[in-house]
Write a protein that binds this ligand. Sequence first.
Ligand code: SER
Length: 317
Amino acid sequence: MSSKILIIGACGQIGTELTTKLREIHGVNNVIASDINTRNLDLVNSGPFEIIDAKNYNAIKDCCKSNTIKTVYLMAALLSATGEKYPMEAWDLNMNSLFHVLNLAKQKTIDKVFWPSSIAVFGPTTPRESTPQHTICEPTTVYGITKQVGERWCEYYHEKYDVDVRSIRYPGIISHKAMPGGGTTDYAVEIYHDAIKKGNYECFLSENTSLPMMFMEDAIKATTDLMQVPSESLSIRSSYNLSAISFTPKDIFESIKKQLPEFSISYKPDFRQAIADSWPSSIDDTMARKDWNWKESFDLETMTTEMLTQLKKKYNS
Ligand code: SER
């Protein structure tokens, strides 16, 4: 029997593209996608799929045992904006799903875990520019609190129970396949869709709000690379800082306008502005570059070209 991979939360923004990439690397039938519902039919029909609620320990355990799953990618979470609306639900989902998977690794049912953290672990007291790997983390969102505490538990399970858990503090991720859901950085995806569909965009952050961001292709490469390096190479078992590009709504607007001269933008900051203001504007990811040779490929201009090309195809077909 070969060992297999389970992705929990496979229908989400990152899960969708991670599933495709892992199936390319390991073979379609060795990667089981799961989510709480079947909302993403393309993904559901692309290979083995199971309905799993990430809060249901027995459902995860049964799936791992019956399919000889050895590696789990836990991508289910409530993000920063949704977490502020449903704080207890965010705590419940984000923490319990992590414990379920870490405990399966502690019992050696599975061998390896990927769990995403976020720039949301940082807060207003963190140095904003080139935020270091080890720094003040006093998050002010429920989502950030779950990610910060989750990081502590990951390191604890690694130290005490020899669990091979690996993690990245993702910046905002920009992609053209599945939409992001409920994050503060979602504007950087919505803006491309509205540029193509409507020719204008109303941005919920102010024009000079700089945040760390990354194109999906880079985020997937970082994730699969991190999971493939030998365990001994890794010096961080909480979560790695990871960076690619930092830009403001004005920067991304100007980059789109170069290719769509009629495009216009207006700014109407809402409650997400305070969240963005509490996060870093750029990240120092020296450790990721040193430990597993991380390097991004996309900058703002190449990302804009790719996003507009793909979305034009999508909306014209
Ligand atoms: N993209 C996430 C959010 O905005 C950050 O991890 O919530």
